[in-house]
Design a binder for this molecule. Sequence first.
Ligand SMILES: [Zn+2]
Length: 362
Amino acid sequence: MTTEREHFTSARRRTLLKGAVVGAVPVVTGLLGGGLAFSGSASAADTLPEYAPVPAASVGPALNADGYYVGRIRGNLYWVTDAYYQAMFLTTTEGVVLVDAPPTIGHNLLRAIDDVTRANGMPNKVTHLVYSHSHADHVGASAIFGKNVVRIGHTETRRLLLLDGDPNRPAPTETFDHRYVLNVGGERLELAYHGPNHSPDNIFIYAPAQRTLMVVDVLFPGWVPFKNLAVSQDIPAWVKAHDVVMEYPWQVLVGGHLGRLGVRADGDIQKQYVADLDAAVRNASATVDPTPYFQKYGPSGNSWAIFKTYLDAVARQAAEPVVAKYTGILAAADVFTVDNAFALLESQRIDGGLLGPFGVHQ
Ligand SMILES: [Zn+2]
């Protein structure tokens, strides 16, 4: 059941999200999504920064009138995107196995599954829902599938979701610690936990017959990683997860974000981006002179201002050559590389012990 207002806001959000992808966003005043009041105007948009164009190779297939694209990966494995998020699903003789339920795709997941099963004659009922990890932006539409679906996830995903207590994300009832094989109606998924990376519970979901790996918030095919290296909680482990991804014999990668699937070259290029950024941050740490920051803010005792301006200067200097190298190759290099440099800098400091001017006092 949806109320009038929920219906109204979700229809409006659908229009907004669609507008953001295909063209200019309409000028709107009112309520967005969860009731956040905002007012937009053309002049406010005019003051926003300009960024380099998105390379054509980073863009996925065009969306339909409802704001989604659904396509076959291989055999009975399909993926769906709204150009922001991605989910994948297997159609089987016993029902649909869905991996993730991103809220921005929301009820379009049902439409996409209907499109496919109407054509291939398989049942359209989602019987199993696999959670890649607990985060609401990837599984926040789980409740759409009701109570009679088997929810599968890592033990830590269950623990985190019981703590969150979000009615939109019922905790998985089928859990595992290391490995879990899901066989439904002649199809197979292999779930594996390789330790924390982006989040403490992020798992690898492999479809062996389709040579397809789904790992969310690690690889971003065609794009630089989201802000602060995908807001990852364990940066060294997130970097190592790139190698784990590449050890699987996949040919198609579902990254969970943006509008297209990944190929192996996307993994190689993101590894190179992270390696380049890591080297640039080390270089900037070694060359940015901290003296002016202490001179400016030391006398007034504003310690945080020293940290902020110095660390920002290191991140900016580190980002510069990396943005230059990747602009035109990875979309949004000029949007998130300074933030990504900052995340690496902070990890080099607190995980690596490279504390620069804040090291052991002589
Ligand atoms: Zn996440």
